[in-house]
Design a protein around this ligand. Structure first.
Ligand SMILES: [Zn+2]
Length: 71
């Protein structure tokens, strides 16, 4: 029995590469990315207040929240 010809296979698109995966520093669970969030810092002395954007990650296992600077 001759197998039917198969069309040339096209490599499937790889799934959208997740952005950097982070692991919880407490329990090692993969953190859920919550995306970049703006944070406003208070004015200190002569330094004016500023807004910094930090990437927020949440651990659904232990509840830890971690912040990372954005590139
Ligand atoms: Zn954790």
């Amino acid at each position: 029995m001759v197998p039917a010809a198969t069309p040339p296979s096209i490599a499937p698109e790889p799934p959208a590469a997740p952005r950097a995966t982070r692991k919880c520093s407490s329990c090692g669970t993969t953190l859920d990315p919550l995306g970049p969030r703006p944070f406003r810092t208070a004015a200190v002395g002569e330094l004016p207040e500023a807004v910094v954007t930090l990437e927020l990650f949440f651990c659904s296992q232990c509840g830890k929240v971690e912040f990372y600077s954005t590139p």
